[in-house]
Design a protein around this ligand. Structure first.
Ligand SMILES: Cc1cc2nc3c(=O)[nH]c(=O)nc-3n(C[C@H](O)[C@H](O)[C@H](O)COP(=O)(O)O)c2cc1C
Length: 159
């Protein structure tokens, strides 16, 4: 796969709202900026993902770039579905509230991009989620994580 050659690849944690008001976290590499004006981004997730089901239901999602301290946890969030498991408890991930969002995000985040789902498009075995950006929160003290060797390893570029 080309992703081995394009390493390091981006890493986001897609944060969606579950019916009980808590957050589901899923690791996603396939995301991109789309437009400055209006500000838009997109990401692709497997049709079967629980995150996809949640965002199609309530049209809200926050994409974060996770900080260096939660590399192991981010790999964990990319290895199991949140359909029957509370990943925040399982991986003991500290969360924070954002001012203008009812979706909590990991405390260790370099960026949190609060989005509203505009539309989703079928692309093979994935859906492409096209979103309007509502707010951006940044913290330069957190070092961004990337995926290496395809998607098998997660670390900062300085590790
Ligand atoms: C580094 C890494 C990158 C990933 N990138 C994607 C991606 O871009 N799209 C996707 O659908 N799944 C991706 N995954 C797999 C999902 O995170 C995984 O299927 C997860 O269990 C989905 O969780 P959910 O069912 O709770 O949404 C990635 C996993 C890892 C470890």
């Amino acid at each position: 796969m080309a992703s081995i050659y394009s390493s390091p690849n981006p890493v986001t944690v897609v944060c969606t709202l579950k019916p009980d008001g808590t957050t589901n976290l899923a690791t996603v590499s396939w995301w991109t900026y789309l437009s400055y004006n209006p500000e838009m981004i997109a990401y692709a997730m497997a049709k079967t993902s629980y995150s996809g089901e949640m965002v199609r239901q309530n049209k809200k999602v926050v994409l974060t770039i996770p900080g260096g301290e939660i590399a192991k946890e981010v790999l964990g969030c990319g290895s199991i579905t949140g359909r029957n498991t509370d990943k925040i408890n399982k991986f003991n991930i500290k969360m924070q509230t954002l001012e203008n969002s009812d979706i909590k995000v990991p405390l260790h985040s370099r960026v949190a991009i609060v989005c509203e789902l505009k539309e989703f498009v079928e692309v093979g075995d994935h859906y492409l989620y096209i979103c309007n950006v509502k707010e951006v929160y940044g913290n330069k003290n957190e070092e961004a994580l990337f995926a290496f060797n395809g998607y098998s390893q997660i670390k900062t570029t300085n590790d």
